[in-house]
Design a protein around this ligand. Structure first.
Ligand code: NDP
Ligand code: 8X3
Length: 255
């Protein structure tokens, strides 16, 4: 796998940042993306010092803006795009949690535009490069919310069900090109996810992960690397990864 580039969306925190670190540790070159440029630059600096043999390219864009996505990818040098073998569609978020009749349309738009349309824009920009290789890989980060629905989760759950459906659809459409497609569906993981969902309310966000051991970003990064390092003839289609204390979206054993 050494020498190839992996494109990781949403690498400024949480899963994406841990996935970038894991790839770099294992000698992969990485393209790290997100809206917070200073975080991307700091991560790049850290990784190229720790792993001097890898290359790290920063791409700063908002996945909701199709032109921004397209133009940023088109600006990448040929020697980088010609070696992109892996796409990790990780950028995403929940905004708000509550009954559908009191939901805010701005929150709904942010979730649908980021989790569904953003994933499509990034995929459309990167798939042409994946098609140039046999054995390319797409990993879509969905959620347990893409397998089940839970109270107050309505639009976030719908957006993640869409990711789950797109993973299955991509697997069929991209079969002629030998592109593997993996859907990963994590349960509760301690990242900045809840801080974003609860709009900066750090007390509520912290309480989501109290009283049990949640997943950590590194757990998901390990699984992404495992999936991407299977032999050419093996594809992991779907992985549901839960904290041991969580049996389903709504069944969590707290102390
Ligand atoms: P974080 O909030 O820690 O990370 C989210 C990442 O997505 C950030 O890097 C953020 O970058 C990026 N992002 C969000 N919106 C945009 C945008 N409009 N344009 C570009 N990048 C964007 O959360 P997680 O690491 O937990 O989330 C990663 C994925 O995992 C998401 O898709 C989430 O839905 C999913 N997930 C999370 C679970 C959890 O419990 N934590 C469980 C199951 C799935 P920036 O803000 O710099 O743009
Ligand atoms: C994040 C996990 O259970 O809050 O996707 O939806 S959950």
């Amino acid at each position: 796998m050494k020498g190839i580039f992996a494109f990781v969306s949403g690498a400024t925190s949480g899963f994406g940042e841990a996935i970038a670190r894991k790839f770099a540790e294992n000698g992969l070159n990485i393209i790290i993306t997100g809206r917070r440029l200073e975080r991307l630059e700091a991560l790049k600096q850290e990784l190229i010092v720790k792993h001097p043999t890898i290359e790290c390219v920063v791409c700063c864009f908002d996945v909701r803006n199709e032109n921004e996505v397209k133009n940023t990818v088109l600006d990448l040098p040929d020697y980088v795009t010609s070696k992109i073998n892996i796409l990790v569609n990780n950028a995403g978020l929940a905004v708000g949690k509550g009954p559908i009749d009191t939901g805010e349309s701005d929150d709904w738009n942010r979730m649908i535009d980021t989790n569904v349309k953003g994933l499509l824009y990034v995929s459309k920009a990167i798939i042409p490069f994946l098609k140039n290789h046999r054995n390319s890989q797409i990993v879509n980060i969905a959620s347990i919310a893409g397998k089940e629905v839970y109270p107050g989760g309505n639009v976030y759950c719908a957006s993640k069900h869409a990711v789950d459906a797109l993973s299955r659809a991509m697997r069929i459409d991209l079969l002629p090109y030998g592109i593997k497609v993996t859907n990963i569906a994590p349960g509760a993981a301690d990242t900045e996810f809840s801080l974003v969902r609860y709009k900066g309310d750090s007390e509520t966000a912290k309480s989501v992960y109290e009283g049990y051991t949640p997943l950590y970003a590194e757990d998901i990064a390990d699984s992404v690397f495992y999936v991407c390092s299977r032999p050419a003839h093996v594809t992991i289609n779907d992985l549901v990864i839960m904290p041991t204390a969580q049996a389903s979206a709504t069944n969590l054993l707290k102390d």
